[in-house]
Design a protein around this ligand. Structure first.
Ligand SMILES: [Zn+2]
Ligand SMILES: [Zn+2]
Length: 94
């Protein structure tokens, strides 16, 4: 179902898949969208402490993110292991 009017202003004809008119498209996509950029005076994760590294994390968050990352990698390698076992099982069945 296509509406004939811009989904935002309900006035102009939509020009893109999102249903925005040309004006609203600029406003929504290029306008006041807050750009998340690391500030130099607060940690980008907790926004509570001073960042210590170039990635913008404070000491605590730096560690926390690393631990989370390692947990993720651990899960991912277990997933790959299961996949390998599964394909072995498939091969054996042939
Ligand atoms: Zn519009
Ligand atoms: Zn932090």
């Amino acid at each position: 179902m296509h509406s004939e009017k811009c989904v935002r202003c309900q006035q102009d004809e939509p020009v893109d898949d999102h249903g925005f008119c040309g004006h609203c498209r600029v406003v929504v996509l290029g306008g006041h969208a807050p750009a998340p950029r690391p500030t130099s005076d607060a940690c980008i994760r907790c926004r509570d402490a001073e960042p210590v590294g170039e990635d913008g994390y404070c000491g605590y968050c730096h560690l926390a993110v690393r631990v989370e990352l390692e947990k993720g990698i651990d899960r991912f390698s277990r997933y790959l292991e299961n996949q390998a076992r599964f394909s072995q099982w498939l091969d054996a069945d042939r």
